[in-house]
Design a protein around this ligand. Structure first.
Ligand code: NAD
Length: 260
């Protein structure tokens, strides 16, 4: 038994990293989940991993690219068909793009980052909000980043998209609180997931571990975060207990964003 007993939750980008850790935590706390991802093999493995740890859990998976509006509409319709309602949306799928200076940033990569990180999150809101409004209940957690509250060297489209996620979260908070729906965003710092491992490879292709050690030095905790340390916060934000926190952008970064 947990705080999400009986809840129906959609999790995007569920096959790996933060989405996978949150999927595991939601099921552990009693939720039935729809895991959405565009990586078929990873999604299959993720589902099997959770089912092994939590026998009898209701886990549905679907392939979708969150940057495609039609596919987002379909995953929301599938959740309603399977669960009859959608209590929570963890709007998590996102990519970093490449790291490059502003004036030489590849435009196609720039657009792809915006399509997935900004429009992908928006489409999720667009199709889930009417369902939540009708049932007069909903909890939404959008995934921003410390790049949604600060600049990050050589990651302009990522930073732009994550500031947009923070902004969209505040608008949902204003427009939908009257329907018993709240929306918050998390702003993780560097959390050890495949995405971050890839970023360290870009910073130091010969010795990514050295890049990781160097990066960790600036954090008050002297270490990176773990996906489970994000998942436990997300589970709270998706729960009934989170009823009067709305439109917040919550840093999960060991305190690093407080540093001057
Ligand atoms: P990850 O690359 O480890 O996992 C992302 C998952 O999302 C993968 O399973 C991938 O297949 C899926 N995905 C990506 N684009 C998709 C799309 N268009 N449609 C469907 N699925 C898609 O990444 P992560 O580190 O777990 O990041 C998850 C989210 O957290 C992202 O939005 C990221 O920007 C954000 N974030 C991560 C960190 C971090 O340190 N890991 C920090 C701040 C923010």
């Amino acid at each position: 038994m947990g705080n999400l007993q009986g809840k129906s939750i959609i999790i995007t980008g569920a096959a790996m990293g933060l989405g996978y850790a949150a999927s595991l935590e939601c099921v552990k706390q009693g939720a039935q989940i729809l895991m959405v991802d565009y990586n078929e093999e990873a999604l299959k493995q993720a589902k099997a991993g959770i089912e092994q740890a939590h026998k009898g859990a209701k886990i549905v998976t679907t392939l979708a690219n969150v940057a495609e509006e039609k596919e987002v509409k379909q995953y929301v319709e599938l959740a309603v068909k399977e669960f009859s309602r959608v209590d929570g949306l963890y709007n998590n799928a996102g990519i970093e793009g490449r790291q490059a200076p502003i004036t030489t940033y590849d435009i196609d990569v720039f657009k792809k980052v915006i399509d997935i990180n900004l429009l992908g999150v928006y489409y999720g809101l667009r199709y889930v909000l009417p369902v939540m409004q009708q049932q007069q209940y909903g909890r939404i957690v959008n995934v921003a980043s410390v790049g949604g509250i600060r600049g990050v060297m050589h990651q302009m489209p990522y930073v732009a998209s994550k500031h947009a996620v923070a902004g969209m979260t505040k608008n949902v908070a204003l427009e939908y609180a009257q329907y018993n729906i709240n929306a918050n965003a998390i702003a993780p710092g560097a959390i050890l997931t495949p995405m971050v491992a890839e970023a360290f490879k870009q910073v130091n292709p010969k010795d990514p571990k050295a890049a990781e050690t160097e990066y960790s030095r600036a954090n008050p905790t002297k270490r990176l975060g773990l996906p489970e340390e994000v998942a436990s916060v997300v589970a709270f934000l998706l729960s009934d207990g989170c009823s009067y926190v709305n439109g917040q952008i919550l840093a999960i970064d060991g305190g690093q964003s407080n540093s001057y």
